[in-house]
Ligand binder design. Structure first.
Ligand SMILES: NC(=O)c1ccc[n+]([C@@H]2O[C@H](COP(=O)([O-])OP(=O)(O)OC[C@H]3O[C@@H](n4cnc5c(N)ncnc54)[C@H](O)[C@@H]3O)[C@@H](O)[C@H]2O)c1
Ligand SMILES: [Zn+2]
Ligand SMILES: [Zn+2]
Length: 340
């Protein structure tokens, strides 16, 4: 079968590999769609220290169940459409013991620490599959994975209706956060340095956007929050400058969530954390957000299709990875759809 194979940084191709045989407790899935993520581009560039090589890419995967243990916990059946939860956890370390499997001490993410799902067939633990409706379009189902990341960020920030939430970065994750914040009846303020991305955010109802390279973000946020500043600030750009500014834009007694993965350290004035008594939290992957994500996309409460730039075939993935690497601003999300 064909797989998207990253031999080493800058060397990606389609490679013929052995079809997997499911082990005990695993399901065999006919992969029907797969999303290309910013982290796949990072793996291609060789800048993600968590990626080891060679690696089959892909952690945003949907498919049809071909075989599954009969006693599987969610009662999934042959023929069901499923989305893959790609964060494999140990189940007995401290975070796992309190249900925070997303930050397991020995977490293995598909396509990062272990081979991913951009291939024709995937064997995966049955309990790590989530059902999608049978009439949900294949190209939309993998979007549930990045949506879980966005929802997890909002949940970590404890965002509630009426609160103002500053979101740094109008990329795939930031835009999904903004749409979800609107669904939660909160007030998103989206910050970016690219005009088109902010216009897109405006087009789906984000009331306030700020071009951080042109405008004074602190003044704008003060104005949009009637002097209070934002109760919640979420960093979803990975830029050091943005991380630094989170402390300026958060209200006293506010919450900050750091979802972006910065490449370098950031110096922070921790006295501001003390003075404002801010909660600063990490947001990594997701835990228990898949069912909500599938439902929000299917019911169109979150129009995740708005971030889908292009739909391609599996064979086109290597060329698209090279193209996105050269021209990242032109693509939000590209999904591959595989034939039946
Ligand atoms: N924590 C997690 O589990 C997790 C999961 C997925 C992605 N991420 C991280 O989240 C971040 C966003 O991911 P994405 O896929 O949306 O990336 P993306 O590249 O699509 O979006 C990033 C956006 O940030 C904007 N940006 C850059 N510098 C900025 C600045 N100084 N101020 C404001 N905006 C700025 C860019 O123009 C871009 O629109 C990345 O750092 C990624 O590594 C984290
Ligand atoms: Zn991803
Ligand atoms: Zn664990």
């Amino acid at each position: 079968m064909d797989a998207v194979y990253l031999k080493e940084p800058w060397n990606i191709d389609i490679k013929g590999i052995e079809k997997p045989t499911p082990k005990e407790g695993e399901a065999l899935i006919k992969v029907r769609s797969a999303g290309i993520c910013g982290s796949d581009i990072g793996a291609y560039r060789g800048v993600n220290p968590m990626v080891s090589y060679p690696r089959i890419l892909g952690h945003e995967i949907a498919g049809e169940v071909l075989s599954i243990p009969q006693d599987n916990p969610k009662g999934l059946k042959i023929g069901d459409r499923v989305v893959v939860d790609p964060y494999l956890y140990c189940g007995h370390c401290y975070p796992c013991s309190i249900g925070r499997t997303n930050c397991c001490e020995t977490l293995r993410t598909l396509g990062v620490h272990t081979d991913g799902g951009m291939m024709e067939y995937l064997a995966h633990p049955a309990y790590m599959l989530h059902k999608a409706p049978q009439d949900m379009p294949w190209e939309l189902i993998p979007l549930a994975e990045p949506l879980t990341i966005a929802l997890h960020g909002l949940h970590r920030g404890g965002l509630s209706a009426g609160e103002r939430v500053v979101i740094f970065g109008a990329g795939a994750i930031g835009l999904l956060m903004a749409m979800s914040a609107l669904h939660y009846k909160a007030v998103p303020i989206v910050l970016d340095i690219v005009e088109e991305r902010l216009s897109l955010a405006k087009s789906f109802g984000v009331p306030h956007t700020v071009r951080t390279d042109r405008e004074n973000a602190e003044e704008r946020v003060r104005e949009y929050t009637n002097g209070r500043m934002a109760e919640v600030v979420i960093e979803a750009s990975g830029a050091n400058a943005a991380i630094e500014d989170t402390l300026k834009l958060v209200s006293h007694a506010g919450r900050i969530v750091l979802t972006g993965w910065p490449k370098k350290n950031t110096e922070l004035p921790t006295d501001v954390i003390t003075k404002k008594e801010v909660d600063v939290r990490g947001g990594r992957n997701s835990a228990r957000e898949f069912a909500e994500a599938v439902d929000l996309i299917y019911s169109k409460k979150v129009r995740a299709d708005r971030i889908l730039t292009k739909v391609i075939s599996l064979e086109e993935v290597p060329a698209l990875v090279r193209e996105i690497e050269k021209n990242p601003g032109a693509y939000l999300k590209v999904n591959a759809v595989l034939p039946e």
